[in-house]
Design a protein around this ligand. Structure first.
Ligand SMILES: O=c1ccn([C@@H]2O[C@H](COP(=O)(O)OP(=O)(O)O[C@H]3OC[C@@H](O)[C@H](O)[C@H]3O)[C@@H](O)[C@H]2O)c(=O)[nH]1
Length: 290
């Protein structure tokens, strides 16, 4: 089995590659442009006969021969995806079209990593896959959330029109080893600030919630989704829900009781509540690890 992983040098991608490489018969090809990913995350596989690393930006077509595609490529942290918003849209739309074109030519199964951000500033709580979302189409986050929504549409149209085998995961806020210290997401920000003895920057109001998923659990969900029969979309996340005030206090207690917590201005369109309904994931993918 030969498997392509786009964005395979990133946080989730590189842990996924570790898992795929553990299977003795799989060959893994990673395509990454290193915008947020790093070769360092894959260094143990470089030179391995079943592993290949390509510097490639998927907004351009890629010609390889594979049986499965894990299509992860796209910056995930809000500061990075907003940095070059047009490029984020191109990655999600043109990149996904290119990967679907590849899947169509090869009759390969393709899994797309979508996001909880497709639910926007959700009016339903927790978020079920059947909820259509409350998304600002012209806001600063739209390049990402609308980009991912369009990519989901493309996945389903290729599935209906050409019979491509698709899988869609909607990923909630994920953390774990190999996260870039300057990633910008809240877990790594607070931990880095606590270590540097800088105030933890809780963006107002501080009562907004998130559900944080450990990267290895997430990777288990991705491989189960790929190997199962359900197209998705399926929420992949941890249902434990915390306010940003609670998270800051937990980091303060665990890492640096002396560190200050400061309230700072938030960015536009920040979702107020986010928690996955994981009923469907439990039914279709089995019981998650605890
Ligand atoms: O320093 C910080 C950073 C962030 N925050 C807050 O923490 C919360 C979480 O923000 P993050 O930047 O970690 O990211 P978000 O949860 O908004 O989006 C994330 O989750 C879903 C994924 O699919 C996305 O790729 C990812 O960006 C927000 O409410 C934000 O306002 C802080 O309070 N302080």
């Amino acid at each position: 089995m030969r498997i392509l992983v786009t964005g395979g040098a990133g946080l989730i991608g590189s842990h996924l590659v570790d898992k795929l490489m553990e299977k003795e018969k799989s060959e893994v090809i990673v395509a990454d442009n290193y915008f947020t990913g790093s070769k360092d995350n894959l260094k143990k596989w470089i030179g391995h006969p079943r592993f290949e690393l390509i510097r490639h930006d998927i907004i351009r077509p890629l010609f390889v021969e594979v049986d499965q595609i894990y299509h992860l490529a796209c910056p995930a942290s809000p500061i990075f995806y907003k940095y070059n918003s047009v490029k984020t849209i191109k990655t999600n739309v043109m990149g996904t079209l290119n990967m679907l074109g590849l899947a169509k030519r090869l009759r390969a199964r393709i899994l797309f990593t979508s996001t909880s951000e497709v639910y926007g500033d959700s009016l339903e709580h927790p978020q079920k896959e059947t909820y259509w979302g409350n998304v600002n189409p012209i806001g600063v986050r739209s390049c990402y959330d609308e980009g991912k929504r369009m990519a989901e549409t493309l996945m389903f149209d290729y599935h209906r029109q050409y019979g491509i085998e698709i899988r869609i995961a909607r990923i909630f806020n994920t953390y774990g080893p190999r996260m870039n210290i300057d990633d910008g997401r809240v877990v790594s920000n607070f931990i880095a600030q606590a270590i540097r003895n800088e105030p933890l920057t809780v963006q107002l109001p501080g009562t907004q919630t998130r559900s944080f998923c450990y990267v290895l659990d997430l990777v288990d969900g991705l491989t189960q989704l790929m190997e199962g029969t359900d197209t998705g979309p399926i929420n992949l996340g941890n249902p434990g829900e915390f306010t940003m005030n609670e998270l800051a206090k937990a980091v303060q207690e665990l890492i640096n009781p002396e560190v200050q917590i400061s309230e700072v201005e938030n960015t536009p369109d920040d979702p107020r509540q986010r928690k996955p309904d994981i009923t469907k994931a439990k039914e279709r993918l089995g019981v998650p690890r605890t």
